[in-house]
Design a protein around this ligand. Structure first.
Ligand SMILES: [Zn+2]
Length: 826
């Protein structure tokens, strides 16, 4: 699964995760925290699950018939407990020789305890028939961080009353919500084959796991589709989707690959998902295990509650992944593409071998996170992989509470809490460290052993350790104990001393975090006399002093030469050393660190040299970083050297985002000499470039920008749309208000909060009291809706500013409306 965090960043409004903030960080002292979260005991094992379902759109019900085959795991038993959330259970019976005999059961709305007709041994399987109604919208179960509620089965616009929204049905099983739509043992350490027959209105298409075995037209205008998943998988990976989707059929080797999209996005199916077969080939080859399932489908649905979900052979995505050709051209390796590869890697790590408990979620999610980096390396080069990895590490390091949590999490408040930056981002970096330590051949051999040994079964971190030990011949308990069964990370101070008399270079390493030290194997590269010498060292204590005899004073001592450690470090290099590092050390992070340091020293020549050179770095992300770092307004030397380079980047860089960044930087100079460059850029096919150009024009000539915005507003998306709205917000009149207000009112919450301040200014300026009051109403409603996230004080302040402005204009009606809107926020 991939979680999307929605950050609300609006001036004074503090960042918060709207979709996820419902799940508060658990208090460590909460009683739930003290429980040891054991893997669920297996009394009965699922063997086969056969479902026959149809939907009541009006009531939001699903009518189900289930034939579930099980057998005792080890010990004989005469009873069975199934998870079944909030259902009407009409009949539960044993099926023998085609005859059903009712069984007695007790049901508490979450689980059903069934008394079997006799005691069964592990050599005997039995089949239970259940006639039931699932009522997902009447369900009361606890929400989660990854999924803002856990209904299992979702009806989108079931009455067709919502304008511009299709009618859809889709499911979301992880973590334990599949049992809201079919009775099962809803635990990841169960595996079952599956057969689902869905009866749906015949204009809709369906998607589920496995292969579409049969389609039958019924006399009542419905159609029944039967899907068969003939290889076993866990109940949380079951899926169904029903709706008006166009299917694009692609191929990997001899297997079907397909993309399900709303008709509007169908023309872009190949642009959005077309690289999927290439990723399947890369992962199959890398792992030495071919993609294991019958087919691979991806579907995009409305109102999805998380980012995306790796249902076996049928991944489900939220709408964020969609885009037109033009939108996609600006995205590079963004959340959409990295999520596509993330979910695909889960088809091995998660679906083929499944975490045996949520405590061991790392063997699903750390791998999926890791897969994002290796795809970036393969497809876009090592710099892109390192950039992706750095961003993930920063996500982890920026969450202070994360350092108290073990990767394998035997203690948690709620299973949903394990879906966090430790399991994803930190775990992904740990795997990269392990790959670096063992070498690619041993590491991927280890993954191959892990997958083959545990195929169609479950794994925990110990199975991974054993596989890696088998592949490499090395003991890895020390590594797993500190990184998997421990918490935190090293906080590393690095300092240096050169002694000319003895030609000795000393490196002082100090781990300053609380608690134990980490054992860290690392490379130290010494650059001296025009050559680089690598020393492989181990830091085994919290404080270590290393000495090296070097013929001449080194130009650079580069600790962690592979830039692989998961650490927060303070490195006391000089500016000259960073300059040497930028121009001579090979990695993305070597250059990144140098730019970071240079940014703070722009009066010095060596820093200017780094920044100007980095404007033309070979990796686009560093070009953008350098553009943002260059201080053109304070330092003449930087500006004089940078401007010609920026002009060239703005016009000819092969990366749209670099061109946009260069235009943005030039725009801030407000130099009318650049106007023709900006106008030329406005004709680009890239929304990012157009948006930057529109903003730049707005800085020089606001009235011209408003006029231009009008000619582009109906063909604007993404950055261009933001720029058009920005130009209107700053300089628009009543004429532009309806377009602006429509975008504000119908934007997603993040967009609304990004626009809220400017909207208040605009509302204080328009002539029409009606328009002002539209803004007042919408801003007030937003304040009420998100009051729980602490937005009220800022919203009150904005409404007060509108009130003051309207009062000055003599618009007492709007001033009164503002007072009214403020009232519920107090
Ligand atoms: Zn995932």
């Amino acid at each position: 699964m991939k979680t999307l965090y929605a950050a609300v960043l609006a001036g004074g409004i503090s960042a918060c995760a709207l979709s996820t903030a419902m799940a508060q960080a658990p208090a460590a002292e909460s009683p739930a925290y003290k429980l040891y979260r054991a893997t669920t005991t297996k009394i009965n094992d699922l063997v086969h699950t056969k479902l026959d379902v149809r939907f009541d759109y009006k009531k939001r019900y699903m009518y189900g018939k289930e034939w579930v085959t099980l057998k005792p795991h080890m010990y004989p038993t005469d009873s069975l407990r199934l998870d079944a959330k909030g259902m009407d259970l009409k009949t539960i019976a044993i099926v023998k020789n085609g005859k059903t005999t009712p069984l007695t059961f007790t049901y508490d709305s979450l689980t059903v305890a069934i008394k079997l007709d006799k005691t069964y041994t592990s050599a005997e399987s039995y089949t239970i028939y259940i006639d039931y109604t699932a009522k997902p919208n009447e369900l009361k179960v606890k929400g989660s961080a990854a999924i803002n509620d856990a209904k299992g089965l979702y009806f989108v616009n079931p009455d067709g009353t919502e304008k511009d929204k299709p009618t859809q049905i889709w499911t979301q099983g992880e973590t334990e919500a599949s049992s809201a739509w079919f009775p099962t043992i809803d635990k990841p350490n169960q595996k079952t084959t599956e057969e689902i027959s869905m009866t749906v209105p015949k204009q809709y298409v369906t998607l589920s796991n496995g292969r579409l075995a049969l389609q039958k037209i019924n006399k009542d205008g419905t159609r029944t589709d039967t899907w068969k998943q003939e290889l076993p998988h866990s109940p949380y990976l079951f899926m169904m989707a029903v709706g008006d989707f166009k299917i694009y059929k692609d191929k990997w080797r001899n297997k079907e690959v397909s993309y399900y999209l709303e008709p509007k996005y169908a023309p872009y199916a190949k642009d959005i998902f077309g690289f999927t077969p290439e990723v399947m080939e890369f992962y199959s080859k890398t792992l030495g295990v071919d993609y294991p399932w019958y087919k691979y489908s991806q579907i995009v649905v409305r109102d999805y509650v998380s980012g995306a979900m790796e249902n076996t052979s049928a991944t489900l995505h939220g709408v964020y992944v969609q885009g037109t050709k033009r939108e996609l051209a600006d995205r590079y390796y963004d959340a959409g593409r990295s999520t596509i590869v993330h979910e695909l890697f889960h088809q091995w790590f998660g679906d083929y071998v499944t975490a045996e408990s949520w405590s061991n979620l790392t063997v699903n999610e750390s791998f999926a996170d890791f897969s994002e980096t290796i795809w970036a390396e393969y497809k876009y080069g090592k710099d892109a992989g390192d950039a992706h990895s750095l961003e993930a590490m920063q996500n982890y390091l920026n969450q202070p509470s994360a350092k108290t949590k073990d990767l394998v999490r035997f203690h948690y408040n709620d299973k949903e809490d394990v879906f966090d930056v430790v399991t994803y981002q930190k775990g992904g970096r740990i795997l990269l460290m392990l790959r670096n330590y063992l070498g690619n051949a041993a590491f991927y051999k280890g993954l191959n052993i892990y997958l083959k040994t545990n195929a169609f079964k479950n794994g925990e971190a110990q199975q991974l350790r054993l596989a890696m030990e088998e592949a490499s011949g090395r003991d890895l308990s020390w590594f797993f104990n500190q990184w998997y069964y421990g918490a935190g990370h090293p906080v590393l101070n690095i300092s240096y001393k050169w002694d000319e008399a003895t030609k000795t270079q000393t490196v002082y390493l100090q781990q300053t975090q609380d608690g134990n030290g980490f054992t860290l194997p690392m490379a130290i590269d010494i650059y001296a006399g025009g050559k680089k010498t690598r020393h492989q060292v181990w830091m085994r204590e919290k404080t270590d002093t290393l000495t090296f005899l070097v013929p001449s004073k080194p130009d650079l001592v580069n600790v962690d030469g592979d830039k692989i450690l998961l650490t927060k470090k303070t490195d006391s290099k000089t500016l000259d050393e960073f300059a040497f590092q930028y121009f001579n050390a090979p990695l993305f992070l070597d250059r990144y660190e140098a730019i970071d340091f240079a940014k703070t020293r722009q009066t010095e020549k060596a820093a200017q040299k780094i920044i100007i050179a980095a404007l033309q770095d070979k990796y686009y992300g560093l070009r953008i970083k350098a553009i943002a770092a260059a201080n053109l307004t304070s330092y003449d030397d930087v500006r004089n050297a940078a401007v010609p380079v920026l002009v060239k980047l703005a016009q000819t860089d092969d990366n749209n985002l670099v061109r946009a960044a260069a235009i943005t930087a030039l725009g801030k100079l407000k130099a009318s000499g650049n106007m023709s460059l900006f106008k030329q850029a406005l004709t680009s096919q890239s929304y990012a470039i157009q948006g930057a150009a529109m903003n730049a024009i707005g800085m020089i000539s606001p009235t011209e920008a408003v006029a231009l915005a009008k000619t582009y507003q109906n063909d604007s998306e993404g950055a261009l749309k933001q720029a058009v709205l920005g130009v209107y917000a700053t300089n628009g009149t009543d004429a532009e208000w309806p377009y602006y207000y429509d975008a504000f009112k119908n934007g997603d919450p993040n967009a609304q909060f990004q626009m809220i301040r400017k909207t208040a200014e605009y509302a204080g300026r328009v002539k029409s009291p009606e328009y002002a009051q539209q803004a007042i109403t919408t801003i007030g409603e937003l304040g009420v809706k998100y009051k729980q996230f602490g937005v009220a004080p800022t919203v009150i302040q904005l409404l007060t500013s509108i009130k003051d402005a309207r009062t000055k204009m003599g618009d007492t009606a709007s001033a009164t409306a503002a007072d009214k809107a403020i009232e519920p926020l107090k």
